[in-house]
Design a protein around this ligand. Structure first.
Ligand code: F6P
Length: 547
């Protein structure tokens, strides 16, 4: 792929389309086409995507599809599913899709079929999670392990945490799950305070098994356990999820208690692998398998549907349209489902760690914007925090709204109220309210002419603000699998179009390195290390207070 996509034919065409289209109002497009909602909607299994409330028409979409063709999205999809080393900077295959593959076809990496090893680990996860749930694998003193603690960070935390919370209605009644990620001692202390060592299972989740937060937390938990039950208890209370057997053994967990995964599974794409063990224990292997099947359904759709009917491709192209042509470098994901409240946190790593890049695969600086800033939170809560800015702020924020048609908790009319809110938000953002409409409303409310003149601008909404609406029948394991795979593939397509490596994360390294330099200074074992005057001043200030 050639660097400098602004100069490519499809890109130049999109610039022309943009110039002609940019001031078009969505409310006019809806008024002109009664079928618009239906026309820009797609269904897959129990899921519906309505993307009609976007600044698009057929010409825009055709131009975007042409860009996807030109950028070789089709070949890159094949390359990923085929086990090619598309993580170019790290020379690795990218095979989270293999983890949820339900057919019997092999996938070769370096001439070796990776599927048997994946199935072996899945079988081991099934057997172990069932044994914990049934109480046949117990703690050292013979008690059932009912408190499961996942110790991990980033991809070794956010995925399992988000998914376990999303599937709370499926949890075994007597099992409780906890997550320790932050190095802040409070994270560890607050979880351990609640637990009894005899009934606690620690899952140390780390792809590399060298991450300072995870290892520090794991050592603290190990001390807490051995202080209470002795060294022999470790094998009954600690398991490891990792690609690094040597480091796992060094920590003191034997390989029988290790669930392996491989370097072709990126951290932020790993909840389908051994990293999902806590999900299996919480909801049972059958439900975990349903989640894999949901993801597989999305994988098949992504790999086979033409671009005009391809959900992840369409979402990706809409993101490109706003990011690179409207210069809108942000978007919000708002699940209207309490169980999905951690989805935005999870997606932040997926999207921003994958596409927050500025060097192309051809080793050149990009001359166009890449990954946007993603934020979000659960509706309706966030309607009462940042939605003011979404409706009347100077910057546009495209939104993904997500809701199940049926709640796990159909109490009174809560869910109809929730549904009416999500639909109203999308409609309001798109439609807006003109000054004329605002004036008419104020007049109807009995306001005087001078009051109307004073208030009408404040009470009007520019509208034309884009959103997608994604509706599931219910958030069950299958739906969750579909949803997460959809976002993974969306991020992938954008990475292909931007010609960047979505699968490395060198950007997190500099801060880690520098923290290792500062640590001995804070601990008082190194002095006079050279920093800028701000950092030196801050180190000295904190040391003085901690003395
Ligand atoms: O933050 C960087 C990162 O490497 C993430 O990509 C990863 O998910 C996280 O750290 C945790 O890494 P590990 O699983 O190796 O402990």
């Amino acid at each position: 792929m050639m660097f400098g996509q602004k100069k490519s034919k499809a890109w130049r065409n999109l610039e022309c389309v943009y110039r002609r289209f940019k001031d078009t109002q969505m409310r006019d497009l809806f008024a002109a086409d009664r079928m618009r909602g239906e026309r820009y909607s797609l269904k897959l299994e129990n899921m519906l995507l309505d993307y009609s409330k976007n600044r698009i028409n057929d010409t825009v979409m055709q131009a975007l599809f042409a860009l996807a063709e030109e950028r070789g999205v089709r070949d890159k999809i094949k390359a990923m599913f085929g086990g090619q080393k598309i993580n170019q900077t790290e020379n690795r295959a990218v095979l989270h899709v293999a983890l949820r593959k339900q057919d019997n076809e092999p996938i070769y990496v370096d001439g070796h079929d990776v599927m048997p090893q994946i199935r072996n680990v899945l079988n081991k996860m099934r057997d172990f999670s069932e044994a914990v749930r049934l109480g046949t694998f117990t703690g050292y003193t013979g008690k059932k392990l009912t408190n499961i603690v996942n110790i991990g960070i980033g991809g070794s935390d956010l995925g399992p945490f988000m998914a376990t919370e999303a599937l709370r209605p499926y949890w075994a009644k007597d099992i409780k799950c906890y997550f320790i990620s932050n190095i802040d001692g409070t994270a560890c202390a607050e979880v351990l305070n609640k637990l009894d060592p005899e009934t606690t299972l620690f899952i140390v989740a780390s792809k590399t098994f060298t991450t300072i937060e995870t290892l520090t937390n794991a050592h603290t938990c190990r001390h807490w356990l051995t202080d209470a039950l002795g060294e022999h208890a470790v094998s009954k209370h600690f398991v490891a999820l990792s690609t690094n057997k040597a480091e796992v053994e060094k920590f003191g967990i034997n390989s029988d208690n290790m669930f392996e995964f491989w370097d072709f599974v990126g951290g932020r794409y790993s909840m389908w692998s051994a990293i999902g063990l806590i999900i299996c224990i919480a909801v049972g292997y059958k439900n975990f398998e349903r989640m894999l099947q949901g993801a597989y359904a999305m994988d098949k759709h992504f790999a086979t549907a033409d671009f005009a009917h391809n959900i992840p491709v369409i979402l990706a192209l809409l993101g490109i349209w706003y990011n690179n042509f409207y210069n809108i470098h942000r978007y919000a994901v708002i699940p209207y489902d309490q169980y999905l409240q951690y989805l935005p946190n999870y997606l932040q790593q997926l999207d921003m760690e994958s596409n927050g890049k500025s060097i192309t695969l051809d080793n050149e600086p990009v001359d166009y914007a890449t990954g946007p800033v993603l934020f979000g939170g659960a509706g309706t809560d966030v309607q009462h925090s940042f939605f003011q800015l979404l409706h009347q702020g100077t910057g546009i924020v495209p939104v993904d709204f997500i809701i199940p048609a049926i709640s796990h908790n159909e109490i009174g009319n809560h869910h109809p109220i929730l549904i009416s809110n999500i639909l109203a938000q999308g409609e309001a953002l798109m439609h807006g309210k003109t000054e004329k409409e605002a004036s008419a409303e104020l007049e109807k409310a009995g306001k005087s002419k001078s009051e109307i003149a004073r208030l009408k601008k404040y009470k009007s909404f520019s509208g034309n603000r884009p959103s997608n609406t994604i509706i599931f029948k219910k958030i069950d394991p299958f739906a969750l699998g579909q949803l997460i795979a959809m976002y993974e593939h969306k991020v992938f397509v954008q990475g292909v179009i931007w010609n960047i490596d979505s699968f490395d994360q060198f950007g997190v390294e500099l801060g880690k390195q520098m923290a290792l330099n500062i640590l001995p200074e804070i601990e008082g074992t190194a002095f006079g290390v050279e920093h800028d005057s701000s950092t030196t001043g801050l180190i000295n200030y904190i040391k003085k207070i901690r003395k």
